[in-house]
Design a protein around this ligand. Structure first.
Ligand SMILES: [Zn+2]
Length: 110
């Protein structure tokens, strides 16, 4: 398992100390789970609001869904989204459609 470099000085000698990572060169300590949130995925909705895992959103326009018999209607509520990398950056489950991926530009945070 390879550990990330220190976010402060980019040292590659960081080591684990419980849940934290510690850099022996600049003495910086950080929680790798936090740094993923801060430096990793930034997903912005149609209003420019930053989204987070577990948020609920609504669809802001009718969307065609590949393989589905009907469109995803504007105003559909989507609970408990999960942010992912890529063009379709929201992973979610929608009643009547099942698991699918959405683009954040087509949703609005509730
Ligand atoms: Zn460091």
């Amino acid at each position: 398992m390879s550990l990330p470099n220190c976010p402060k000085c980019n040292s590659e000698y960081a080591y684990e100390d419980g849940l934290m990572l510690v850099c022996p060169e600049c003495a910086y300590e950080w929680n790798p789970a936090d740094s993923v949130e801060e430096d990793g995925l930034v997903v912005i909705d149609s209003n420019g609001t930053r989204l987070a895992d577990g948020d609920s959103v609504t669809i802001v326009k009718n969307l065609k869904v590949k393989g589905a018999p009907k469109d995803l209607k504007q105003g559909t509520r989507v609970k408990n989204i999960r942010l992912v990398e890529g063009d379709h950056n929201i992973d979610c489950k929608i009643d009547g459609f099942g698991a699918m991926k959405l683009k954040s530009e087509f949703v609005k945070k509730l």
